[in-house]
Design a protein around this ligand. Structure first.
Ligand code: ADP
Ligand code: ZN
Length: 722
């Protein structure tokens, strides 16, 4: 409790170190968690009452809280989460709090709806119009004015007249909720015995206590059906549920499935919503009228007050890592929040992260498995096509063996998918005469040709130029060639080889989210025979007629010197192969590779994922890599490479000694320049039980402050070494 109610500490939503003290003006009551507006310098800023003041400042020097909003206080659990995330990620707590107060429009109490009901008093003059209105109000229900006008077909002056005559009266009703409450009994799944066992396993985690289940089941095994039942349990227990999806997977399909199961659409939370929609959902979550949310990673910071369950679908997905602003991993933060909220977490995936698999292995998470596909669907057969021996002709990208399988699938009236995880037409343009290679002027990357749009484009900063016809360097007119394939080039080859197939090209730059969702629905309906796509198609979709998947460059992700390269490649290959044969058709997947003996390819072909996890865990342990050790990165950037490097060296020499901490660098980051800023990286590695965040904070405080155009970005638990 706040023991000096006249002065309180308020955390303001700006990047400062901690809360500031404010006076509570006469007549205002606040408590910990109350949302307020306070003056800060010349501005009014949103903030949250954090508790009693830390410092004793003379009363008369303090400023008053300007406004306390008519909203329930944020939950204790959420306030603690803000502090935890701030400490862990080395972010100012006010900046994390700003991520919570994302919807300022939501802070005023929702406006009541004006409605009318009968008083029982009969008006003296009863016209037919008046009678129609009174008939509508027969059942003593109150009707909002627009609904009453609509139903009775009268003008609104008739209603005003009835009110003046005392026959009806105005009252204020709470506004309707943004979505109807989901009904856990509406349409429960009939689970098969294996699915039921998985659900029972999840149920063995107490509702109302912290616990994590890793729902580790093959693609198409019915994980969604199972975790929907866990959502239903949570709703029955009177608590709120949050289902997180990787952003792009917020498809109509998932929303439709939720709607079929619970009889109503879920509240959604993602970047495509309007501020008004966001405000309604945010406020509903806080007020408790919203019981279930389906959202992208930032939904993690919604102001739930009765959170009972978080589900992370495709928990291994890279989209859960937030990398601009403050960097956090939604999976890890969800576990933290669940711990604070005494809630359950279900992590669902066919290819769990190595971290989660390890937590399950050591018993920290309950390991719940689904080993076979639902109904008569079987797992796809995976084979490798050795590109050294059986590759395509020069200038082509589809190997003959794969082309034959695609033909066969099309002949049977089934769908095929050609997968290449690279947008655009070609990753590099070179001049055959002078050797000039087109590079981004602001990044150390090649310009990717997007032939469909007629541009060369940098995938890091978005810089674009018209595709040149003449070499900029030597002026030769016939000499520019595209090197290597992007997905558009594969589509071009497919058009020549499979001219009669109805083809669709899917990648993130082929349209808005809404347009892409529409394409997915069309594919599900069977409007296309041949799908050519990037990573976008690998996630979560259920295409019943799809029976053949060809991966054109299975080695693509292995090239980076990234400690997670093998894991990421295994995950994406499994996910994309798993699109095949999800219904009764038997599926086949083909991996075009130059490294058929690589452990990832071998695990894919043999279907022995356990071998993959075992081997990957061993390698990680030997290298002290996550989850057996911790990593934190500092990316130092500046306009001049020299400035960044000199500063990084001075930071390194200021690094405190600590047992078990190893420092690497400074070295140019793998992408050494982005948006004209040169990037240098320092990396710290420690044992698992070491407070690496604390160390990094101490380190940065010991070093020289970054001045001028220098910028330091801290990335705790980096997911890639970009
Ligand atoms: P996963 O999430 O494991 O990839 P899904 O939950 O999407 O699997 O299930 C795959 C398909 O099988 C879906 O079309 C789903 O509706 C269907 N399915 C799975 N389990 C059941 C069940 N018990 N009853 C009816 N349909 C099911
Ligand atoms: Zn660029």
């Amino acid at each position: 409790m706040i023991n000096r109610p006249d002065i309180v500490a308020v955390m303001v939503g700006v990047a400062v170190d901690g809360p500031y003290s404010y006076r509570v003006p006469e007549g205002m009551t606040v408590e910990r968690g109350s949302i307020v507006a306070v003056p800060l310098g010349p501005r009014l800023i949103l903030g949250v009452v954090w508790g009693p003041p830390k410092d004793l400042i003379a009363h008369n020097r303090l400023r008053d809280i300007a406004q306390a909003y008519d909203a329930p206080p944020l939950s204790e659990e959420l306030l603690k989460l803000v502090e935890w995330v701030a400490r862990y990620t080395l972010t100012a707590p006010g900046q994390v709090l700003r991520g919570v107060l994302r919807s300022p429009e939501a802070l005023d109490a929702p406006k009541p709806v004006i409605a009318y009901r009968r008083t029982g008093h009969e008006p003296e003059k009863l016209t037919p119009a008046r009678l129609r209105v009174l008939d509508c109000l027969m059942d003593d229900m109150a009707w909002p004015k627009p609904a009453l006008v609509g139903a009775s077909g009268v003008s609104s002056s008739v209603i005003d007249g009835l009110e003046r005559a005392g026959a009806i009266e105005k009252l204020e009703m709470p506004p309707p909720p943004v979505v109807m409450p989901p009904d856990p009994e509406d349409n429960p799944a009939r689970l098969n015995p294996e699915q039921q066992k998985a659900l029972d396993d999840i149920r063995a985690l107490d509702v109302g206590a912290f616990g994590v289940a890793l729902l580790d089941g093959v693609t198409g095994g019915g994980k969604t059906e199972v975790f929907f039942e866990a959502v239903a349990d949570t709703l029955r227990a009177g608590r709120q549920a949050l289902v997180l999806l990787p952003e792009i997977a917020l498809t109509n399909t998932f929303i439709d499935r939720f709607t079929r199961r619970f009889g109503t659409r879920p509240a959604e939370w993602h970047s495509d919503m309007t501020p008004v929609q966001r405000a309604k959902v945010w406020r509903g979550v806080l007020d408790g009228t919203v019981r279930a949310v389906v959202g992208a990673r930032s939904a993690l910071f919604l102001p739930f007050r009765e959170l009972g369950l978080m589900v992370l679908d495709e928990e291994h997905d890279g989209a859960y890592k937030q990398s601009d602003g403050f960097t956090y991993h939604a999976r890890d933060m969800a576990i933290v929040r669940a711990n604070l909220a005494e809630a359950r977490v279900v992590l669902s995936s066919a290819t769990p992260s190595v971290e989660s698999r390890n937590n399950a292995n050591v018993g920290r998470y309950r390991h719940v498995t689904l080993e076979s596909r639902f109904a008569e669907a079987a797992m796809p057969d995976v084979s490798a096509i050795d590109m050294r021996i059986n590759g395509p002709e020069k200038g082509e990208w589809i190997a003959p063996a794969l082309a034959r399988e695609v033909f066969a699938a099309l002949d049977r009236g089934e769908q095929a998918l050609l997968f290449l995880n690279r947008r655009g037409y070609a990753p590099l343009t070179v001049c055959r005469s002078c050797g000039h290679q087109y590079q981004c002027p602001d990044c150390s990357t090649w310009m990717v040709e997007h032939r469909f749009r007629g541009v060369l484009m940098c995938h890091h900063c978005g810089h674009e130029m018209r595709t040149p016809k003449v070499c900029d360097e030597c002026g030769d007119t016939e000499s520019l060639v595209a090197v290597g394939p992007g997905v558009e080039r594969v589509a071009e080859e497919a058009a020549v080889r499979f001219p009669d197939a109805r083809r669709v090209l899917l990648s993130t730059d082929m349209g808005s989210h809404a347009q892409l969702r529409e394409r997915f629905s069309e594919i599900e309906r069977g409007d296309y025979d041949l799908i050519i796509g990037t990573q976008l198609v690998s996630k979560g979709h259920h295409f019943e007629k799809l029976s053949v998947v060809g991966v054109l460059d299975a080695d693509l992700g292995l090239a980076h010197g990234d400690p997670r390269a093998a894991e990421k490649t295994f995950q994406i290959l499994t996910q994309v192969a798993g699109r095949a044969g999800r219904a009764s058709r038997h599926g086949k997947a083909f991996l075009q590779t130059y490294h058929p003996d690589h452990p990832v390819m071998k695990a894919m072909v043999s279907g022995d994922r356990e071998a993959f996890y075992a081997q990957e865990l061993l390698a990680r342990e030997a290298g002290g890599m996550p989850p057996f050790g911790r990593l934190a990165a500092l990316i130092i950037s500046a306009n001049e490479q020299q400035t960044a490097m000199t500063y990084a060296r001075s930071l390194l020499s200021a690094a405190p000694m600590a047992e078990g901490v190893r420092l690497f660098g400074p070295a140019d980051a793998p992408i050494a320049m982005i948006r004209g800023r040169h990037r240098v990286r320092l990396l710290a590695q420690s044992g698992k039980d070491f407070d690496l965040s604390g160390y990094m904070r101490f380190w940065l405080a010991s070093g020289e402050k970054a001045k001028g155009d220098l910028k330091v970005q801290v990335d705790i638990d980096p997911m890639s070494f970009m």
